[in-house]
Structures are given as structure tokens and as C-alpha cells.
Design a protein around this ligand. Structure first.
Ligand code: SIN
Length: 328
């Protein structure tokens, strides 16, 4: 059988972090090249032929919508090549949930794309990055991973790009998958899938047909008890859409409801999401009696922002955006 060829697109993060040897704190992300990391991983070249692309060397807090577009174009270009069978993206863990969802919506191929990273820098004792990268290459080279949408691999667990979220800021096992468990597990280079994503992704996604030149600005507004609605007026001056991270089922005060009603009539598109990370936000008669807001469903505020940006790059029609939020 022909050996698989996997492209590794590096963007930085703790997986490429360097600090005092042995320690896991006080390091700088994105310092070490992906080729150096690959050289440190025994037998990784036995899994597939690898080609490394050092696209960025960033702390993922520097990732932004312009860089998402560059990343998606780079991966689509690589996957268009007949000799490339899959792609692994190394990325910081802090915003990986956002990038993975963006790529899940904008990659046009059914070839596997796997994001991974690390919680401990490359110079720490028991750095977790090398094994995550080893397993990600095995996953990207697996026939079972074709057509599954963009995935992420951490601690031998396969997550979907849509649903992965960071839930811990110091454990190596720092990710979760909402109420949905995970897609599967790995043992060394063996892949075991147990579930699949039913929401549209990659080659089925309307957003993967053509990427916009630029993404419209969308902000997130976090509601807390007594929060001043002035923040919404301020954000409306420089954003086309605002995602509310509300309480409970995507809720907020009457003062915020009045501001939302007024700003909606001026063309700002609102999404209601929740600061509670489990559960679903549905349409609501009490907190949105005029049905002006789009319910985020199971998307976190930051993931709802990604989808709203892509929606607003195509349409401002509320009905159409609501339909997209139900499908993706
Ligand atoms: C980053 O997100 O780039 C830093 C933190 C990490 O990768 O864990």
C-alpha cells in the first residue's frame, strides 16, 4: 500500500513553547520550530511521509480572523494536492476551540484535518506535545478519519472541531466535548471511533465553497448581574453583530433587552448564547419576545461568533442566519 503523506502546518502555541528546562511554567509559546519537535519524536516518520510548513509562530492569543483565513487557504491548498492525504495543525490551546470550528466550516476537503497542541512546553519534563503530535499524525493518516470533519486530538481522545472546548487551565487533559462525550479514542497509533458529528462541516459546508476576503467584525458581550447596557451601544459602533454570553438559557436584564431591541432595529445582528457551558440555548419568548436574536444552540459564545462572522460575510437575513445556526 502507498505510504500516506501528511502535511503539518505549525502555528505556534505551548507545543512549541520554550522556558527553563524541566519546568512547565513561565515559558514563551511558539519558540521552537515544528521540524525540531518532529525530530524529537521516536518513530513518527514510520507513520507517514511528513512535510512541515511553519506558517506562524504565535501564542494563540495572537490568532485572529485574518490569520484564520490565511490558515484555511493554506490547508485547502495543501489538501487540493493529490499527493497529500491529510493535515495536522499545531496550535496553542487557548483559542484552539475557535480555530477548530472555523476550519470545520471552511475546509473544502474530506481529507482528515487534526488540530493538536500541548499544555506543557516542549522544554518541560513530561511534555505532552510530542505524543499528541504523534497520535495526530496517525489519526490524519487513518482511512477511518476521512469525512469526519475537522478534529482535535489531546490525551489520546478524538474531539470534533465543532464541539471541543478547553475546560481546564493547568491539567494535561484540558479539553472536553460538551455533553457529547467525544468522537473516539486512540491507543498509540490505533484509532477507535465511537460517534460522529451530525452538524454540517467541511465539504458539506456552504462556507467552504468560497472564502471571503475579510470577515465582518462581531463582538462578544458578557452579561453579569447589573451589567450596564452601554457596552452594547459601544460595541454596535464598530461591529456588525454581537453575541451575548447570557446567564442560564441565554438570559439578561430588561435593560439589555431594550438595548438589543433598539440596536436590532438599526441592523445589528444579535446571537443569544450562554455563559453556562453545558446545555442548549433555544428561541425564547421572555428574553427575546420579538424574536430578534438568533439562538446559539450548543455553541459557546466564541464559537457562535465564528459562525456569525461567516454568516454575515454572505447575508444579513435573520431567517437565513437562524436556519444556518440550526444546521451547523
Ligand atoms: C497558546 O494558546 O498559544 C498558549 C497556551 C497553550 O498553548 O496551552
Amino acid at each position: 500500500m502507498k505510504r500516506k503523506r501528511i502535511a503539518i502546518v505549525a502555528t505556534g502555541g505551548t507545543i512549541a513553547g520554550a522556558g527553563e528546562v524541566g519546568r512547565s511554567l513561565e515559558y514563551r509559546a511558539g519558540e521552537i520550530s515544528v521540524s525540531e519537535i518532529i525530530e524529537s519524536i521516536p518513530n513518527i516518520n514510520a507513520l507517514a511521509e511528513l512535510e512541515c510548513h511553519q506558517l506562524f509562530s504565535l501564542d494563540s492569543n495572537e490568532m485572529d480572523p485574518d490569520k484564520w483565513l490565511v490558515l484555511a487557504r493554506t490547508i485547502n491548498g495543501l489538501l487540493d494536492r493529490d499527493d497529500i492525504d491529510g493535515c495536522v495543525v499545531t496550535h496553542g490551546t487557548d483559542t484552539l476551540d475557535e480555530t477548530s470550528y472555523f476550519l470545520n466550516l471552511t475546509i473544502s476537503s474530506d481529507k482528515p484535518v487534526v488540530l493538536t497542541g500541548a499544555m506543557r512546553p516542549a522544554t518541560a519534563t513530561s511534555a505532552d506535545g510530542p505524543f499528541n503530535l504523534y497520535q495526530s499524525v496517525a489519526l490524519a493518516a487513518s482511512a477511518q478519519a476521512v469525512g469526519k470533519g475537522v478534529m482535535a486530538l489531546f490525551s489520546s481522545t478524538i474531539y470534533s472541531g465543532r464541539d471541543i472546548e478547553k475546560i481546564n487551565n493547568f491539567r494535561v487533559d484540558a479539553f472536553n466535548h460538551k455533553d457529547f462525550g467525544c468522537l473516539g479514542f486512540m491507543q498509540d497509533d490505533d484509532v477507535y471511533f465511537y460517534s460522529r458529528v451530525y452538524r454540517k462541516h467541511t465539504f458539506e459546508s456552504v462556507f467552504s465553497e468560497q472564502l471571503p476576503e475579510k470577515l465582518p467584525s462581531v463582538a462578544v458581550a458578557y452579561f453579569c448581574a447589573g451589567a450596564d447596557p452601554d457596552i452594547l451601544y459601544h460595541l454596535s459602533e464598530r461591529n456588525e453583530g454581537i453575541v451575548i454570553a447570557g446567564t442560564g438559557s441565554g438570559n439578561y436584564s430588561e435593560a439589555w433587552l431594550s438595548a438589543i431591541n433598539e440596536l436590532s432595529s438599526k441592523g445589528i445582528v444579535f446571537v443569544r448564547s450562554s455563559r453556562v457551558n453545558m446545555g442548549i440555548v433555544f428561541d425564547d419568548e421572555i428574553f427575546d419576545p420579538k424574536h430578534l436574536c438568533i439562538a446559539s444552540n450548543t455553541l459557546s459564545a466564541q464559537k457562535a461568533r465564528v459562525l456569525l462572522m461567516l454568516c454575515l460575510s454572505r447575508t444579513k437575513d435573520l431567517g437565513e442566519i437562524k436556519r444556518i445556526f440550526e444546521e451547523y
